[in-house]
Design a protein around this ligand. Structure first.
Ligand code: APR
Ligand code: ZN
Ligand code: ZN
Length: 361
């Protein structure tokens, strides 16, 4: 039987979000209905609301979520009712060229639920990133659910659904940060701070945090940064070189998504170092570099897509590390809020006041 639950809808471009009654169908083959316990507020939700991602309004927002599987459809064997799961927006196919080559994070055939959730008048909803989790219950593909240790608080677990996983993964998966490395992280919001936490976890000896906001630098220190540089007042490339014996960092992680910070990342790395680009630029942005510099500097230039994570491998591991006290995921939760406070949370996010506001249900 389809169910009616409350969810947060972005009705039209730039209009405030509101709570509506949503009809959630029973899970079909390969699908699951999940009772959402917590869902973080991410920049991407704001971009959806502003019409920056697609015109397919109305959207059901929310995509950084954890909860309990309520029911599953035919053919679902990896998760069962009662399982505590983290949702992800890249359920890989296991069959495409990327999956078969053992690089499933490049899978080009990721899938979401096949059926649609609707408003009570039948209007079809577009779930943000194929999830839509600012809601009491949501319908997803079973492959979007990853079981983790239920001892973790849901508001902490949900973070791995997007931004925090993107940052940790940028360091440990894409950047392959290793013991003793020097790492520079440009941009210390939720994603950059997660890259700092990931670098600490990986054993980096020197972690240089760069931001234009001293409040962010202070927080970055508590996440594991060993040095901080305010790039409003200090040239970050020179500062990073100085702090790394004149060489540049082994791994530079860009977590802003702007031409000037891409450029800083490019020049702040050691000649054999790696640049990891996790900040997402807008379509009109361009980067101009002398070709001789591109040619002359070795190393690697890599973009990181959702932290190049593999949910089934990375989520349980990171939750275990958190439960053991070796990775403080709780530090990313600035506040917990109710379903009807999402609009206000967007404002606080816009002002840079929070790392993460997390809706708890
Ligand atoms: N130089 C250094 N830091 C900057 C600059 C700059 N020119 N401009 C902004 N920042 C800092 C901000 O002060 C803030 O601390 O970058 C940080 C950005 O953080 P958030 O806005 O909280 O964004 P976050 O959620 O961390 O995401 C960062 O990663 O995955 C992508 O889409 C995401 O592009 C976004 C980026
Ligand atoms: Zn695939
Ligand atoms: Zn997100």
């Amino acid at each position: 039987m389809a169910q009616e639950v409350r969810g947060v809808i972005a009705p039209a471009k730039d209009e405030p979000v509101r709570i509506e009654t949503v009809v959630v169908p029973d899970p079909g083959p390969g699908e699951a209905v999940v009772r959402i316990q917590a869902c973080g507020v991410c920049h991407t939700d704001l971009h959806y609301k502003q019409g920056g991602i697609s015109d397919d309004f109305p959207f059901l927002l929310g995509h950084e979520a954890a909860g309990v599987v309520e029911s599953v459809g035919d053919g679902v064997s990896d998760v069962a009712p009662g399982d505590f799961v983290i949702l992800n927006w890249r359920a890989v196919c296991g069959k495409c060229r990327a999956c078969l080559r053992g690089r499933p994070w490049y899978c080009f055939d990721t899938h979401n639920a096949r059926q649609r959730m609707t408003l009570t008048d039948g209007t079809e909803l577009s779930p943000a990133l194929g999830i839509g989790a600012f809601i009491e219950k949501t319908l997803v593909a079973a492959g979007q659910c990853t079981k983790v240790d239920p001892a973790v608080a849901p508001e902490v677990a949900g973070l791995l659904g997007c931004g925090v996983m993107a940052g940790i993964g940028a360091a440990i998966n894409t950047g392959n940060v290793g013991r003793g490395d020097s790492v520079a992280v440009i941009g210390c919001g939720g994603v950059g701070d997660a890259a700092i936490a990931g670098s600490r976890l990986a054993g980096a000896a020197r972690i240089i945090a760069v931001d234009i906001d001293d409040r962010k630098l202070e927080l970055a220190r508590s996440m594991g940064a060993t040095h901080t540089v305010n790039s409003r007042t200090t040239d970050p490339v020179e500062a990073i070189r100085e702090l790394t014996g004149g060489f540049g960092a082994d791994v530079v992680i860009e977590a802003v998504g702007r031409p000037e910070t891409y450029k800083q990342a490019f020049y702040a790395r050691d000649l054999a170092g790696t640049v990891v680009l996790v900040g997402v630029p807008t379509p009109e942005m361009k980067l101009e570099l002398p070709l001789l510099d591109v040619f002359g500097r070795g190393g690697a230039l890599k973009s990181s897509w959702y932290g190049d994570c593999l949910p089934s491998r990375d989520f349980p591991m990171l939750i275990d590390l958190h439960l053991q006290g070796r990775l403080d995921l709780g530090a990313f939760v600035t506040e917990t809020i109710q379903l009807d406070e999402v609009e206000k949370a967007f404002e606080r996010m816009h002002r840079g006041d929070v790392l993460r506001s997390v809706v708890v249900l």
